[in-house]
Design a protein around this ligand. Structure first.
Ligand SMILES: Cc1cc2nc3c(=O)[nH]c(=O)nc-3n(C[C@H](O)[C@H](O)[C@H](O)COP(=O)(O)OP(=O)(O)OC[C@H]3O[C@@H](n4cnc5c(N)ncnc54)[C@H](O)[C@@H]3O)c2cc1C
Ligand SMILES: NC(=O)c1ccc[n+]([C@@H]2O[C@H](COP(=O)([O-])OP(=O)(O)OC[C@H]3O[C@@H](n4cnc5c(N)ncnc54)[C@H](OP(=O)(O)O)[C@@H]3O)[C@@H](O)[C@H]2O)c1
Length: 444
């Protein structure tokens, strides 16, 4: 790699940030990665289901290779945002020529329904972080009952159902879907992990109920049914008696219960299907009913963190409608719609730019294209003077003024300690579940 001539901060070390960092370094930038979590990887480490260990280990190996690049520095346990360890302006004023935000969609999407704050109501992200051992979620108790409603029909719902059925072995998981069976977003592969628990009688009767609405919207109930059932021959053998079923064409309108006893039902409005601009949408009929439940989990996608002080639209940070450095027609430049001005030197990628969209490969591609956009901008600015000196001063100040900043050497020590622990316990994988244990292993 050539000697660095630009200095760039990447905020967020999930897939988008890590792959972007490598492209930036290849393009002549000295890159500093800041990450809220101690460990890199974002949702690839703390979202992907724990039993996909091979995939996780493959990604960890790639991320390690990226962090081994000498032109890339890593500072974990550092939150950059309005109320965080560092604010965005600090970075822009400390010599970084550009800042790429790849913080993912790690805020909570509230529907503002009455009862949404009751005990027993959760957002999928928190449960997922809990079972993937991300502090502090790993240290919290999530009181999941016996009869759980999961709202949403994407792959995150499937991961949550997998956990409820195979790990927590609850009595019943009821998935509520605002549109019909033809509009679910999960993949067959994910259905395979829970398909054996599907209550086939309930499934048949629900299909019979919604078939006329599907037909009126031009959908084919038989084809949709086959798409669900295709997964069953390859489904994992059941290890619980959890009853798993779907209720289609219903939207949540209120969580019923009280503060003493928690949730007792989800009130839903029944929907019909209507065609809007070539898409099938749900429209409320005004009829409501209750689905009894002691726990409600919303798996409806997430939103970006509001603490970042970058304007938000459609759950993601806003990118410029007329970018100056587009890549393949896509804008990666942050933008303020109130002033109708770009946010100078600030770029976006991954789920921070398009919330809850796509797999790791999509985030990678987005990060890499964003890096190209940043490089085009840097080329228009010219090389930075006195780069080594400015960077050294910044990093020295960071380590002196912030507690327990995690660098690449710390990550190495942590990996060795976790590997030793796995060997000692005879496990394929071991993760410390608290930051304190990680810091002790790193020698802090
Ligand atoms: C439950 C779940 C399961 C998934 N399973 C799969 C799967 O099996 N296969 C697959 O290919 N894809 C899967 N995905 C999708 C994949 O994880 C995402 O596409 C990808 O992780 C998005 O990458 P990202 O870098 O944009 O964001 P993220 O992965 O969310 O990374 C964001 C990073 O930014 C950091 N951060 C956040 N805020 C700040 C801040 N203020 N300051 C500093 N750092 C910050 C976080 O600590 C994190 O490291 C799954 C997603 C979810 C939610
Ligand atoms: N195993 C894997 O590979 C894996 C695992 C997890 C996640 N991922 C990926 O991560 C991304 C995000 O997944 P996701 O499941 O969070 O999102 P998703 O695929 O967009 O699914 C979100 C679900 O929530 C519903 N929903 C949204 N807003 C709603 C509301 N207000 N009321 C009721 N329902 C609502 C959506 O319905 P509508 O369709 O009607 O909008 C949809 O069914 C996806 O690309 C997914 O494939 C992959």
């Amino acid at each position: 790699m050539e000697d660095p001539k630009y200095m760039v901060a990447v905020v967020g070390a999930g897939p988008a940030g890590l792959y972007a960092a490598r492209k930036l370094a290849e393009g002549g930038a000295r890159v500093v990665l800041f990450n809220r979590d101690v460990k890199p990887g974002g949702l690839a480490e703390y979202g992907i289901y724990p039993d996909k260990l091979k995939m996780k280990q493959g990604l960890r190996a790639q991320f390690k290779q990226i962090l081994d690049v000498p032109q890339i520095d890593y500072f974990g346990n550092v939150t950059v945002c309005c109320g965080g360890n560092i604010v965005l302006e600090d970075l822009l004023e400390s010599g970084f020529q550009a800042v790429l935000i790849t913080t993912g969609a790690q805020g909570t999407k509230w529907l503002r329904l009455p009862g949404e704050n009751l005990p027993g109501v959760y957002h999928a992200k928190n449960i997922i972080f809990h079972y993937n051992l991300l502090p502090p979620f790993s240290e919290k108790k999530y009181l999941l009952g016996k009869r759980v409603v999961v709202v949403g029909a994407g792959n995150v719902m499937m991961d949550v159902a997998h956990y409820l059925i195979r790990d927590r072995k609850v009595d019943e998981v009821i998935v509520t879907v605002r549109r019909g069976p033809a509009d679910v977003k999960f993949t067959r592969k994910e259905m395979e992990s829970v398909g054996c628990n599907l209550d086939l009688a309930a499934f048949e009767s629900e299909f019979t109920r919604v078939a006329p609405t599907m037909l009126s919207a031009g959908q084919d109930p038989a084809a949709s049914k086959a798409a669900f059932l295709d997964a069953l021959p390859r489904a994992l053998a059941p290890i619980s008696s959890t009853r798993f079923r779907f209720e289609f064409l219903v939207s949540p309108v209120r969580v019923l219960g009280d503060w003493m006893n928690g949730v007792n039902a989800l009130k839903v409005e029944e929907n019909t299907l209507v065609g809007v601009d070539g898409n099938v949408k749900a429209r409320g009929t005004g009829n409501t009913r209750q689905i009894d439940a002691d726990t409600i989990i919303f798996a409806i996608g997430d939103t970006v963190d509001k603490d970042f002080c970058v304007p938000i639209f459609n759950d993601a940070y806003v990118s410029a409608p007329q970018p100056r450095f587009p890549v393949e027609g896509v804008s990666f430049e942050a933008y303020n719609p109130d002033t109708d001005q770009p946010i100078e030197r600030v770029f976006l990628a991954g789920w921070a730019r398009l919330a809850s969209t796509g797999l790791v490969g999509v985030a990678r591609r987005d990060g890499e294209r964003a890096a190209q956009s940043v490089l085009h901008f840097l080329q228009s600015q010219g090389p930075m003077r006195d780069l080594d000196n400015v960077l050294e001063k910044f990093e020295q100040r960071l380590v002196e003024t912030h507690e327990r900043v995690v660098d690449k050497a710390h990550l190495e020590k942590l990996a060795v300690a976790e590997c030793a622990e796995a060997q000692k316990l005879g496990l394929e994988d071991f993760k410390f579940a608290t930051n304190d244990e990680m810091f002790t292993a790193m020698g802090y």
